[in-house]
Design a protein around this ligand. Structure first.
Ligand SMILES: [Zn+2]
Length: 473
């Protein structure tokens, strides 16, 4: 049997991976240079389509001469960058001259692909959801109070595309229905009215989603979710569907071990190109046998980064059993182009029906907060010499450090650093929203140590803690 285009794309992906950008955080200027590099290929038509609130140029990239117009827009939420990276790869594919030429030329004749990458460049450079006006532009489809929303509305009016791909990222903590898997990719064919009616346009969007879901089920079975289709009168997807474009929402969520979402980016790349090809060969082919309704709904906040099961904790001398769900929040750092982790207890109690990207079943062992090592470290150099292995095995999760050692809000050691004046605040009960620094005891022996939400790994090289925190820095 002939291998499907989607799987061929996955096999050949390395050729099209725009490797200069391979993390979630990048600067908009990097996208502009990628766009500019396309101008040497006459098949691409590049246009400045408007300006953001802070006067950053927003670009429109066009490719193809076909009657079927497909419009794609990404990163209207500045911190949702997975699909933008996939678009770089899609362009690299379209720009190439290789054994995919037959399909490429066919797409060029049958479709016109119109891309608006990074609709919210100001928010993207701050790695924040909203525009700098403080507005969620996905709730501005009607009032159009942001220049970014006016750019998108202008493109819809001008091209009146047959299909629209609304590209986003969602929380990694959603589950795909009641499955034990995260919703790694979620879809929605938004409703265009409160009655959630289905006209031809919406049905076509559902068909394309069904087609994409079938492909995904072959490689990440059970990891696909669907959004609830309650009509949102302010949102772009819902309105664009209403204005007559078959609108498809694609949301990249979480996948185990894919913190920078490079795997999900690769899936976006192959899904988009496979959809273009399916759409180019008429909607009737994709509308058969692709039941949209079979995709389970997203279940919110069903995952934690780390789930400690069956812990016995003690408050005021009374012991009881809980599960502890810990999330590792990413805090923007260094001009928003890097981040560190700050972990908290997200929930505790009976979490039997929840899941962890990482799980630790402590089977009724006692879990306590870690101790603060009494010796004071004056400098970073002193800390380099410290015997962390010894400290961790003896129940310490933080050390006292002077100003000179507290250089930034986090540290690259497998412990937290605490300024003298903050030492008292390091004594706490395990509680929701509280820090995630624990020791797990079997009798009096330390069996596991958790520092800033990471399980310390004694057996391998390195401790496995991405970063400790610096309190009082
Ligand atoms: Zn979004």
């Amino acid at each position: 049997m002939k291998k499907e285009f989607f799987f061929k794309l996955l096999d050949a992906y390395q050729r099209y991976h725009h490797s200069a950008i391979s993390t979630k955080r990048f600067k908009y200027e990097q996208i502009i240079s990628a766009i500019n590099s396309l101008t040497t290929n006459q098949r691409f038509f590049i246009e400045k389509v408007g300006y953001s609130f802070e006067e950053r140029t927003v670009y429109l990239v066009q490719w193809g001469q076909g009657d079927t117009k497909i419009l794609l827009w990404s990163q209207m939420h500045g911190d949702e960058s997975t699909a933008t990276r996939a678009l770089l790869d899609v362009w690299k594919f379209l720009d190439a001259d290789d054994d995919f030429n037959e399909i490429r030329n066919d797409l060029f004749i049958k479709t016109t692909l119109i891309f608006i990458p990074v609709l919210n460049p100001d928010g993207a450079n701050l790695f924040q959801r909203r525009t700098v006006q403080g507005i969620d532009m996905n709730r501005d489809a009607v009032k159009l109070q942001t220049p970014e929303a006016r750019i998108l509305k202008g493109a819809i009016d001008r091209f009146n595309p047959e299909f629209g791909f609304n590209l986003h990222d969602q929380s990694p903590y959603y589950a795909a229905g009641e499955s034990p898997f995260p919703a790694s990719i979620s879809f929605l064919a938004p409703a265009y009215n409160h009655a959630k009616e289905i006209n031809t346009q919406r049905e076509n969007a559902m068909s394309v989603i069904g087609f994409m879901n079938n492909l995904l089920q072959k490689i990440i079975p059970g990891h696909v979710g669907r959004y609830d289709d309650t009509f949102n009168p302010r949102a772009f997807g819902d309105n664009i569907q209403k204005w007559g474009t078959s609108t498809i929402l694609v949301e990249s969520g979480g996948y185990p071990g894919d913190g920078e979402k490079e795997y999900l980016r690769k899936l976006n790349f192959a899904l988009l190109l496979a959809s273009f090809e399916a759409i180019a060969h008429d909607a009737s082919r994709i509308s058969i046998n692709h039941p949209y309704d079979s995709i389970p709904f997203n279940v919110k906040d069903r995952f934690f980064d780390l789930l400690i099961r069956n812990a016995v904790i003690e408050i005021a001398g009374k012991a009881f059993k809980v599960d502890i769900g810990i999330n590792r929040e990413e805090v923007n750092y260094y001009d928003y182009s890097d981040f560190y982790f700050r972990s908290i207890v997200e929930d505790m109690g009976d979490l039997a029906f929840y899941h962890g990207y990482e799980e630790l079943n402590v089977n009724g062992m006692k879990v306590k907060t870690g101790k603060c090592y009494p010796y004071r470290f004056e400098t970073q150099e002193d800390l380099q010499q410290a015997d962390f292995d010894h400290m961790l095995k003896n129940g310490y999760t933080s050390v006292v450090a002077d100003d000179a050692a507290l250089a930034k809000p986090f540290c690259d050691f497998p412990v937290n650093l605490v300024h003298q004046r903050k030492v008292k605040t390091m004594e706490f009960n395990i509680k929701p929203e509280g820090p995630a620094d624990f020791i797990v005891l079997e009798e009096l022996e330390v069996r596991h140590t958790i520092v800033n939400g990471f399980v310390v790994n004694y057996s391998k090289t390195g401790f496995g803690v991405k970063n400790g925190l610096a309190y009082g820095y």
